[in-house]
Design a binder for this molecule. Structure first.
Ligand SMILES: C[S@@+](CC[C@H](N)C(=O)[O-])C[C@H]1O[C@@H](n2cnc3c(N)ncnc32)[C@H](O)[C@@H]1O
Length: 289
């Protein structure tokens, strides 16, 4: 079975060359995949419009097919984002989080298990994903509110009080949004974030293995591709992300590529991965006075 281009850190199946642990097989370069100059024909304008119109439906169908079994729980979140522990002003402070694009809760539930003193708003534009979150045995309304929201269109303030959130997690979500609408999603998030609050971001980096695996006929634009199931993925450069957040009014705290290998011991496969992990803050206007 082929490795899915949806993978975001873990491999379950694959048909890649085996590699000796510690010596990852070299991934093909963009030029090797796309030909000289890295150019390949784009998907037609008509299909691109259809994909944008059906983005929500395609993600909802993804969860219909895969239910809660596709992504693994992201237990690395607290380890990688120290802020989740460190950003309290006083020890007993109850942190308010927004998990934007929560899927079925693979990031949300490990966070709730790890830190008892948080309240999490969780939203996604797939109604099925939100239902899965609400039906999870770890879901409890005293500590979590899950709701349906298209981050590019629906005002988050309908469900989250303005300026009330300490930390927003944006984990493998912005890559699924059309690049033209990413700024709208960030501006929406900014409205519910406290001044001085942070956005913790992790997503696909440029030249990630998943990007190099896209076949002809799947390119939508620069660094933007469509999977066979109609869901789309953008691959971020540091520069693009920094400019995007700056345009939406954020300040950059950190913004770096993270190089990882995903390993499937059973199949003897390892694959080099490129993610972008970043932290941005909403400026606290009172700081400048
Ligand atoms: C790769 S999944 C990641 C889910 C989750 N953050 C995690 O770490 O497991 C991407 C999610 O983004 C959601 N999504 C994509 N575009 C969205 C939008 N415009 N508004 C809200 N959610 C969106 C999809 O429905 C999907 O659940």
């Amino acid at each position: 079975m082929a490795l899915s281009t949806h993978e975001t850190g873990e491999i379950t199946t694959g048909e890649l060359s085996p590699c000796v642990p510690g010596q990852p097989g070299t991934a093909p370069t963009r030029e090797e995949v796309d030909g000289p100059g890295g150019e390949r024909p784009l998907v037609s304008g008509f299909r691109q419009m259809k994909l944008e119109k059906e983005a929500q439906k395609n993600w909802d169908l993804f969860y219909k097919r895969n239910t809660t079994n596709f992504f693994k729980d992201r237990h690395w979140t607290c380890r990688e984002f120290e802020e989740l522990r460190a950003c309290r002003e006083f020890e007993s402070q109850r942190l308010v989080l927004l998990e934007a694009g929560c899927g079925v809760g693979n990031c949300l539930f490990p966070l709730l298990e790890d830190d008892l003193n948080i309240f999490v708003y969780a939203c996604d534009f797939s109604p099925r994903a939100v239902e899965f979150v609400k039906r999870n045995p770890l879901f409890c309304p005293e500590r979590c509110s899950a709701f349906h929201c298209d981050l590019t269109r629906d005002d988050l303030k309908t469900n989250v009080p303005e300026g009330s959130v300490d930390v927003v997690t944006l984990i493998f979500v912005l890559s699924a949004v059309h690049p033209d609408k990413m700024k709208l999603a960030l501006q929406n998030i900014s409205r519910v974030l406290k001044p001085g609050g942070v956005v913790l971001f992790r997503d696909y980096g440029l030249q990630d293995h998943a990007m190099l695996r896209f076949k002809a006929g799947s390119k939508l634009g620069e660094n933007f591709y469509v999977r066979q199931d109609g869901t789309r993925s953008y691959f971020f450069s540091k520069e693009f992300l920094a400019e995007l957040f700056a345009d939406a009014g954020f300040q950059c705290v950190s913004n770096d590529y993270v190089l990882r290998e995903t390993v499937n011991k059973k199949e003897g496969l390892c694959v080099p991965r490129v993610f972008l992990q970043s932290k941005f803050t909403k400026p606290d206007q009172s700081d400048s006075s």
